[in-house]
Design a protein around this ligand. Structure first.
Ligand SMILES: Cc1ncc(C[n+]2csc(CCOP(=O)(O)OP(=O)(O)O)c2C)c(N)n1
Ligand code: SF4
Ligand SMILES: [Mg+2]
Length: 284
């Protein structure tokens, strides 16, 4: 059994002190340990952003992809070897901006991957511009007069796209987040956990204190995540009160179970029926 400490890689996190990403890192390592997963069977995939550094810091397999493309890479890995646990780490810009089309289709296809969005409502890595989840009126260096756009609502978008597991966590509550990530990993199908992740350097509005004043746990509120209409209502709730926990959950066979070629076992373990060398040679 691997402990969270054993999952620490040799790369030292260079996130700003106090950044919400530290708690997400701790929580994902905790969830992998709680589930007794063997690190050699786990792949962390990311796009580009501060959030995207997460795979560097965990001693599992990892793939640092390009901006917005964590989800097609994660889906491809899972379909090539559906015995692996595949966890994607995206930023809000990464997943709900440049990668939005991949997000919608990943939810619709329901490939068995876990999607963790480090949602700090800002572009962190590029030093503080508005992101697709920035609130109306939010002032940054790209919107000095305040954003005149409305933010997207990722959870309602996920449900509308056909997601089978939709949740929200908060980096200020890592114990709860750790449990949510474990639930997402064990869910059969694509799972989305949108994580409120304060960026202490560039977002001075949506701080730990700001979120803490507003978040509440849906379990305590008696929410039934299998009720789609109620889930839609909760997914729309944003402002003075922000729900956390599992918002929506349903069962639908993941794509991995439906692809005929995977019925004979993982693609990577199947013999190649054709000599692909002539094809490969064309690309060299
Ligand atoms: C194709 C492409 N466009 C733009 C960029 C520049 N860029 C790097 S990270 C980023 C946004 C980062 O914000 P977010 O996805 O929210 O991640 P965070 O840093 O906040 O974790 C942008 C626009 C890039 N690397 N590649
Ligand atoms: S810039 Fe923001 S998101 Fe990036 S490491 Fe610093 S605090 Fe975290
Ligand atoms: Mg961001």
């Amino acid at each position: 059994m691997t402990t969270p400490e054993e999952l620490r890689s040799t790369v030292i996190p260079d996130w700003c002190p106090g950044c919400g990403n530290h708690a997400i890192l701790m929580s994902v390592k905790g969830a992998i340990a709680d589930l007794g997963l063997d690190p050699k069977d786990v792949v962390l995939v990311s796009g580009i952003g501060c959030s995207a550094k997460t795979p560097h810091y965990v001693k599992t397999y990892g793939f640092h992809a390009i901006h917005g493309r964590a989800l097609p890479v994660a889906s491809g890995i899972r379909l090539a070897n559906h015995q692996l646990t595949v966890i994607a780490h995206c930023g809000d810009g990464d997943c709900y901006g440049i990668g939005m089309e991949h997000f919608i289709h990943a939810m619709r296809r329901n490939v068995n991957i876990t999607v963790l969005v480090h949602n700090n409502q800002i572009y962190g890595l590029t030093t503080g511009q508005t992101s697709p989840t920035s609130d109306f009126g939010f002032k940054t260096k790209s919107t000095p007069g305040g954003s005149i756009e409305r933010g997207v609502m990722p959870l309602i978008l996920a449900i509308g796209s056909g997601a089978t597991f939709v949740a929200r966590g908060f980096a200020g509550n890592p114990k709860h987040l750790r449990g949510l990530i474990a639930e997402g990993i064990t869910h059969k199908g694509a799972s989305l956990i949108d994580i409120l992740q304060p960026c202490v350097t560039f977002n001075h509005v949506n701080t730990f204190a700001w979120y803490r004043e507003r978040v509440y746990d849906l379990k305590d509120a008696g929410h039934d995540p299998t009720d789609r209409a109620r889930a839609m209502e909760k997914a729309l709730e944003w402002g003075d009160r922000i729900p956390t926990g599992v918002i929506y959950r349903t069962e639908r066979p993941p794509l991995d179970d439906l692809v005929p070629a995977l019925a004979q076992g993982p693609l990577v373990k199947q013999p190649l029926e054709r000599d692909i060398r002539p094809l490969m040679e064309r690309f060299y």
